[in-house]
Design a protein. Structure first.
Length: 442
C-alpha cells in the first residue's frame, strides 16, 4: 500500500459505485509508503489551518476517488490560498508520478514526530492519531468505498473501518477542528449517511454529510454540466471536456488530466448492492445529506453546510458574496442530477426552487421518487434493518423500512409512500440560512 499526502494526479477510469466492490471487502495491498503535499511545500505546518482529504479504499475504482479528491482540492486552493491542503491517499502511485504533478514528497519531518512507516498500513486508530497532529482542521473530506457502517480505509488491513465506534479514540479529534473556520466533514461514498455521518457529527460537534444510497462518479461534459461517467447515463452527442472552465472562475481552467473534472454524487435512486437483497433498498435520497446531531446555539450546522457548498465542484464557483441566481444554480446542481433524459435536470430544478418558495412536497430523486427517505438533521424517519449473526450485519439482508415495521414483518410489507417530502426543502433552507449568516445576517 502506498500512502500519499499529495496534490494532483491524472486520468479518468472506469465508472463504478463507491461501495464495497464485492462480497469480499479484503484484497492484497502493497507496503510502500509515500507522503507528499499539495502546495509544493516541502514540510507541512501542523499548526496551520488545514484542509484534509482522505482517499480510502479504491479497489476496482482505479484513480476516480483520487481525482474526485483533487478536483475538490483545487477548489480549496482557489478559495483558501493561505490554507494548507493535505491528502492522505491509500492508493498505488509511484514517486515519479507524484512528483510529476508538482507535489512534493515529504520526509519524516513532514508529520512532526510521526515516522512515515507508521502510516504504511492505515488503520482507523493510526489515521485518527495522525490527524490529531494537525491542530487547526477546517474540513475533512473522505472519498472511496464505504458501507452503511463506516468508511473503508485500506484493503486487507485490520481495523480499516472509520465508523461510529471505530476507532475507540475517534471522539478525540473534536479538539482539532478550527472552530473559527466553520468546520465540517463530508463522506463521499456509499451509504455514509446511514449511521456514520450522524455519529461523527455527535462525536466531533460539526456538520457531517453522507450518502443514503450508492455514490457514483460524475464528470464534466461538453454542455457544461456534470453527469455520471457512463455513456449510458448521459445524452447522446455529449463528450467529456478536457478542461474545467466551470468550477473555478475566470483565469483558472485546470486540465482534466491534472485531476480537476471528477466529483462524487449519490445515484438517482435507492441503493442496490452487496448489502441489499436482490430488490435493493426500499428508500433512498440522491444527494449528500448533512447531519448535525449536537447542541448548536451558534448555528454551526448552517454555517458549515454553506461553507461546504462553496467548495463543491459545480457549474460555477460561488462564495458568500455571490448573487442569488448563481447560488440557486449551484444548489440545483447539488440536488438535481444530469440524466440520459436531457429534460430531467431542468424539470428537477424548477420543482426544487418552487418547493423552497412554496413549501410544496418535493423530492429530486428520479428513481422511486415516492420513496425518498424523510430525514431531519439528527437522523431519518425510516429505520435501517439487517439480519444479524453474532452481532454482525449480513450481506444482502439490509433494507430501509417504515418506522412502524416490526421485526416479524417482511420489508416488502413496510414500504408506504412518502407524502410529506420536506427533507429536501429543509436542507436547501438550511444552506441558504448558512449563507445569510456568513454574510453577517441573522
Amino acid at each position: 500500500m502506498k500512502r500519499l499526502v499529495l496534490g494532483l494526479l491524472a486520468a479518468l477510469a472506469i465508472g463504478l459505485p463507491a461501495c464495497a466492490a464485492s462480497d469480499s471487502e479484503d484484497a492484497d495491498s502493497s507496503d510502500d509508503a509515500l507522503v507528499a503535499s499539495f502546495h509544493r511545500q516541502g514540510i507541512t505546518d501542523l499548526s496551520k489551518t488545514t484542509r484534509i482529504l482522505l482517499v480510502g479504499d479504491s479497489d476496482e475504482l482505479a484513480d476516480l476517488p483520487l481525482h474526485a479528491a483533487t478536483t475538490r482540492a483545487q477548489r480549496y486552493q482557489q478559495l483558501y490560498p493561505h490554507d494548507q491542503i493535505i491528502l492522505f491517499v491509500t492508493k498505488d502511485a509511484s514517486a515519479d508520478l507524484v512528483s510529476a504533478t508538482g507535489s512534493t514528497v515529504l520526509q519524516r519531518e513532514g508529520l512532526g514526530q510521526a515516522a512515515i512507516s507508521d502510516l504504511s498500513t492505515l488503520t482507523a486508530e493510526k489515521l485518527i492519531a495522525a490527524l490529531r497532529r494537525f491542530t487547526r482542521i477546517a474540513s475533512l473530506d473522505f472519498f472511496g468505498h464505504s458501507s452503511p457502517f463506516g468508511a473503508l480505509l485500506e484493503n486487507g488491513t485490520p481495523d480499516h473501518t472509520l465508523g461510529p465506534d471505530t476507532p475507540t479514540n475517534i471522539a478525540a479529534l473534536a479538539d482539532n477542528f478550527a472552530r473559527d473556520t466553520n468546520p465540517y466533514a463530508t463522506l463521499n461514498g456509499c451509504n455514509g449517511g446511514t449511521y456514520t455521518a450522524a455519529a461523527l457529527s455527535r462525536a466531533w460537534h460539526i456538520p457531517v454529510s453522507g450518502a443514503l444510497t450508492a455514490s457514483n462518479f460524475e464528470i464534466l461534459l461538453s454542455d457544461g454540466r456534470w453527469y455520471p461517467n457512463e455513456k449510458t447515463d448521459y445524452p447522446d452527442g455529449l463528450t467529456p471536456t478536457t478542461v474545467n472552465d466551470k468550477s473555478f472562475g475566470p483565469g483558472l481552467t485546470p486540465a482534466c488530466s491534472t485531476g480537476a473534472c471528477v466529483r462524487m454524487k449519490p445515484q438517482n435512486s435507492p441503493y442496490w448492492g452487496i448489502w441489499s437483497p436482490d430488490t435493493g433498498f426500499q428508500y433512498g435520497l440522491n444527494y449528500y445529506k448533512f447531519f448535525c446531531d449536537y447542541d448548536d446555539p451558534t448555528n454551526t450546522c448552517a454555517k458549515g453546510m454553506a461553507t461546504s457548498l462553496f467548495a463543491y465542484p459545480s457549474i460555477k464557483p460561488i462564495d458568500k458574496t455571490s448573487s442569488a441566481a448563481d447560488i440557486n444554480d449551484v444548489i440545483a446542481d447539488f440536488f438535481c442530477d444530469g440524466a440520459k433524459d436531457a429534460t430531467w435536470f431542468d424539470t428537477c430544478k424548477a420543482g426544487l426552487l418552487s418547493a423552497v418558495s412554496t413549501g410544496a412536497a418535493f423530492s429530486p430523486m428520479k428513481g422511486s421518487n415516492d420513496y425518498s427517505l424523510e430525514c431531519d438533521f439528527k437522523g431519518c424517519e425510516q429505520k435501517f434493518r439487517c439480519t444479524m449473526q453474532n452481532g454482525v450485519p449480513q450481506y444482502h439482508t439490509c433494507q430501509w423500512v417504515s418506522k412502524a415495521c416490526t421485526d416479524a414483518q417482511p420489508a416488502t410489507s413496510c414500504r408506504p409512500k412518502v407524502a410529506t417530502k420536506q427533507t429536501t426543502t429543509r436542507e436547501v433552507k438550511r444552506y441558504l440560512e448558512g449563507i445569510q449568516l456568513l454574510r453577517g445576517g441573522r
